[in-house]
Design a protein around this ligand. Structure first.
Ligand code: GDP
Length: 210
């Protein structure tokens, strides 16, 4: 466990990266289809029940929500996607915003992609993997709600997802997680440590998370 992640504090919500905090230091973005369990995962990882509720406030669901961990490190909660009947213009706007953020944000050093273990690799998830492939962004996948499956079934999904993504051309790791049972937290903290410390820019200015 790395208690540094428990310090996370809300900074702001922004519909565009031009209103985002200065593009300095490093940030890891959390992505996931709506209802996959992303907010619960953020709350579990930061040990703060109210944190990701901010991102669920009406009006903020389609925004980039920024959280500060310390002066140099941030989390970003990306807008969820995947409600059954999303109008085409909303879909298009979401797509443009995500693509712009993922390709232009210099401080972005990795993605945590949250998937429901019972429904992995939806169309949305594959799109995220593709974007990471294009931008060479490291990707760490959480197969959450692991408590909903028997251990053998969850493990088998884990192996299947790893197998299916083994040739993706970006650093990629996959794990089981449960916010309900609080399992897999240490592994995610370790993945976050790795994402933050493997990133290139200004290592001299960035204290390794400890
Ligand atoms: P989001 O839309 O991706 O932010 O999803 P939420 O975090 O709001 O979770 C969606 C639903 O799944 C809620 O009813 C949560 O209580 C439930 N949920 C989230 N994580 C878990 C988990 O690890 N186990 C179980 N059993 N339910 C979960």
């Amino acid at each position: 466990m790395n208690p540094i992640y428990h310090q996370a504090k809300f900074i702001n919500s922004s519909p565009h990266i031009r209103n985002a905090p200065a593009d300095q230091g490093l940030e890891v973005a959390f992505a996931g289809r709506s209802n996959a369990g992303k907010s619960s995962a953020i709350n579990t990882l930061t040990q703060q029940n109210a944190l990701a509720r901010i991102s669920k406030t009406p009006g903020r669901t389609q925004m980039l929500n920024f959280f500060e961990i310390n002066a140099e490190l941030r989390f970003v909660d990306l807008p969820g996607y995947g409600y059954a009947k999303v109008p085409a213009d909303v879909k298009k706007k979401w797509h443009e915003m995500m693509e712009h953020y993922l390709t232009h944000r210099k401080s972005l050093c990795g993605i945590i992609l949250v998937m429901d273990v019972r429904h992995p690799l939806t169309e949305f998830d594959r799109q995220m993997v593709e974007w990471c492939q294009h931008t060479h962004l490291p990707l760490h996948i959480l197969l959450t709600k692991a408590d909903k499956l028997a251990y053998g079934a969850a493990k088998s999904t884990l192996l299947q997802v790893r197998k299916e993504l083994k040739d993706v051309g970006c650093p990629l790791t996959v794990q089981l997680f449960s916010s309900l049972k609080k399992t897999g937290i240490d592994e995610v903290h370790e993945a976050l440590d790795n994402l933050f410390s493997r990133a290139e820019p200004d290592q001299s200015e960035i204290s390794a998370p400890s």
